[in-house]
Each structure stands twice: as C-alpha cells, then as structure tokens.
Design a protein around this ligand. Sequence first.
Ligand code: COA
Length: 327
Amino acid sequence: MFKVKITGTGSYLPKKVLTNFDLEKTMDTSDEWIRTRTGIRERHIAADDEATSDIVAKAAEKAIDMAGITPKDIDLIMVATITPDNAFPATACWVQKHLGIDTEIPAFDIGAACSGYLYGLIVSAGMIEGGLVDRILLCGAETLTKITNWDDRSTCVLFGDGAGCTVVEKSDGDSAILSSYWGADGRLGDLLIQPAGGSRMPASHKTVDENLHTVSMAGNDVYKYAVSKMKESAMEALRRANLTGDDVDLYIPHQANIRIIEATIKRAGIPMEKTSVTIDHIANISAATVPISLDEAVREGRLNRGDILLLTVFGGGFTWGGAVLKW
Ligand code: COA
C-alpha cells in the first residue's frame, strides 16, 4: 500500500474532431465497421502546430487548479508518452517551461506505451513514499495522429490525440493506492511498434518513403494478448488488495477496443454501469487514455472520496498493469 492520493485532475482534447463518417469519405471503411469492431465514433486531432507538450500544459493547468496549488508547488514533472515533442529534450522539460516553473525541479518522460500513465503512478507512489519528493505532476499525453499511417485502414481508425494530468501527493487520510501490479514481455515488442526513427533504424529517405515512422500493429495478436493481460491485471490488482469486482465503485480500463473492455469486466465481475467508457469519443490515446478518462469521471461526479477505483492498462512492449486506489 502507498499512502499517496490524487488531488487534482485535468484533461485537454484538441479542437478538431474527425468522425467515422469523415473517414468514410477518404478511405475504404465505414462508421458501422469501426463502431462495431472497436466502439469508436470519433477522435480528436492535434493541429499542425500543436505538439504534445502544448496540450499537456493545458491539461496541467486544470489539474493544478483543482489541486488548489500553483505550478511552483510541484516537486517533479513526469510525462508518459510515445509521441514526445522531440527524442530529447524530454517533453516534461518543455512542460516545465510552458508552466513557467523556474525552480529547477526534475522533469522526465516515461516510455511504457499505453501503460505509461499507470507505470508513472506506481513510480510516483514509490518516490513519494521513499521521501524523494512530496508532490508530482504526472501526465499522460499523445499526438498519435502524427505517427499514424493514414494508408493503413486497420490502424489509422483507432487512434486519437489528447492529454490528461494529475497531481499526486502524500496522503494523510484514508486515500491510498491499495495495490499495484505491473509487468512487461519484451519478446513481443515487434507486434506493436514504430519501426524507424530510433537507433535500430535511423531516419532516412527510405524509411520515410516506406512509412516506417508510423504505428505498425499485428492487430489480431495484440488483441489476444490485450484481452488476456487486461483480465490478469484486473484480477491480480484486486487480489492484492483483498477485494473482488463487487467492491469496485469505478473501473477505468485503458481504451483500445470496447470488446477488450467487455471481456475484462465479464471476467472481473464488474458491471458496465461501473465502468468508464470513453473510447467512443476519444478513441485510443495510448498513455493519455487513463488520465483523460479519470478526469472526465471526476468532473462528472462519478468518483467520490472513499470510492474504490480500479485501473488497468495494456500496451506496446508489451507492457501491462493494474492498480486499486481508495479515492
Ligand atoms: N474498415 C473496414 N474494414 C476493415 C478495416 C476498416 N477500418 N480495418 C480492417 N478491415 C478489414 C480487414 O481488411 C479484414 O478484411 P478481410 O477479412 O477481407 O481480410 C476484416 O476487416 C477483418 O479484419 P481483422 O483485422 O480480423 O478485424 P478485427 O475484428 O480483428 O479488428 C482491430 C481489428 C484492429 C480492431 C482489432 O484487431 C484490435 O482491436 N486489435 C487490438 C488493438 C489494440 O489493442 N491496440 C493497441 C493496444 S494498446
């Protein structure tokens, strides 16, 4: 158990919305196919001049406001992302600049693909409990549509852009992270990958011509592992907290496909009414999905102090995890 709590949440979705009907006009797909296979209706698209740190800053301002603090009260900034502004410096450093924080606090990014926010939450909890810092700005943010292959209908319909931020700090009361569970299997890295642009395959005319800087996914294989690991993460996080699905007041799963969510809640015994489903209007935003869904739940009054909250994630790596929080 970690005696930490989330005191502020905030999210930001870029203004431009691309619906399934818009996609019908530019490629061989249909609203019906996308909705029934994935649960997605529409996704938000970052503007050409909008980088990941820009949208993080907007979400961060809301989280900081809710927490009742100022940017200068933050001890550390962490941004989970696979679409950083640059390979370096870290997006978290740009966020520090955007927020006008001149107190020279540490800032770095977390790379665990769609599992990045939950990984960041566990890392944050360990650092706060270990006495390294008192208050962390923990964000998940992506501009995935900038690394989307718009010629591949099996992937391009799945992703969207957005940012979600949280203020994580020491808890003096009952709020806590009751349990956590995380894992990875690097043998499966090739199944969901941005092949080029790193040291394995540096950028070249050839890599650009062959669209190798975009998301490449073996959809069916990823789907099978996602179902299995999301179930495992939910069950193991609950077991470690000595709880069952009956005890859960709200479940926020990573949103990659509505069918993965349905399979997981069936296994964990959690009703759909207690499950956050945001995939219809935000699509899959990788590391941003959970903190955006969390912010929506908080602002809609679906989550109250003392509630039991279950989070689970799955993503490239493969990486996965779950956590049970007493809100
Ligand atoms: N519109 C219309 N048809 C499409 C399509 C689209 N956007 N994309 C694929 N299809 C077609 C395929 O070409 C295929 O046609 P065929 O049978 O003539 O060959 C057919 O639909 C079925 O394709 P398939 O890939 O088997 O569909 P699926 O039911 O497995 O759904 C995904 C595809 C991508 C939605 C699904 O595999 C998935 O959700 N995977 C996991 C995604 C995920 O979790 N990703 C990230 C983890 S964080």
